[in-house]
Ligand binder design. Sequence first.
Ligand code: Z5A
Length: 220
Amino acid sequence: MIRGKFITLEGGEGVGKTTNLAFIKDYLQQHNISVIVTREPGGTKLAEKIRHLLLDKDGEEISEQAELLMMFAARAQHIKHVIEPALAQGKWVLCDRFTDATYAYQGGGRNMKISTIEWLENLVQGALRPDLTLLLDAPVEIGIERARKRGAFDRFELEKVSFFEQVRRAYLLQAELHPKRIKLIKANQPLADVQKAIVDVIHPLFGLCPSHGVVKGVVK
Ligand code: Z5A
């Protein structure tokens, strides 16, 4: 069985991750690729409970250390029960946020030590890293404006603009550090243009040329 591909979508709030995840899923299915869509924090019963605790703006104050550990506790469950089994069955996994979000939010936003995040990443993930990460990038105010239209804010969305600027900078640094894996997509353009850019980045993963024809039938 050929192992599936692991694709993650990243970016600040409101940049269009959820919207484009649905688009990518449809696109892959049209090309007969078996795909599951999931998200972080979340993806299993327990990890979704942790997500609820993390996003709850009315709960007990969560320390920065607890927030970081809860992200990785949810991730450990998600990897063991959802991501690894799906990849082993040859399915592709499309995940709304993964560890780059931890570098961006807990590293950039909360100023947690990068070496601590790296240590936890190695502990929880072993060798697992995404095959491809799409980083949707837009000026912070655009994302906030889009998210605001959607309604009630969660615990993260109540942060100041400066927090989201730090998150954006940390994401862009991740892209600089991992240029082969992380592909930057300009998200402040019309959705059709965003989706064209996404297709251009995804097709090499399964041997398709930009016009969506198979390249020598090769799965790369
Ligand atoms: N978090 C963390 O701190 N550490 C971690 O390790 C992980 C996560 C994994 C939950 O994430 C929180 O967890 C997150 C970081 C933290 N907090 N924040 N902020 P989430 O993914 O559930 O939350 P989110 O970032 O707030 O997602 P979102 O607001 O749902 O944004 P989105 O999925 O990127 O956007 P969208 O829902 O697809 O689009 C928003 C609106 O814009 C919608 O009306 C679209 O129709 C519209 N849209 C999308 N694209 C366009 C374009 N191109 N033009 C015009 N309008 C558009």
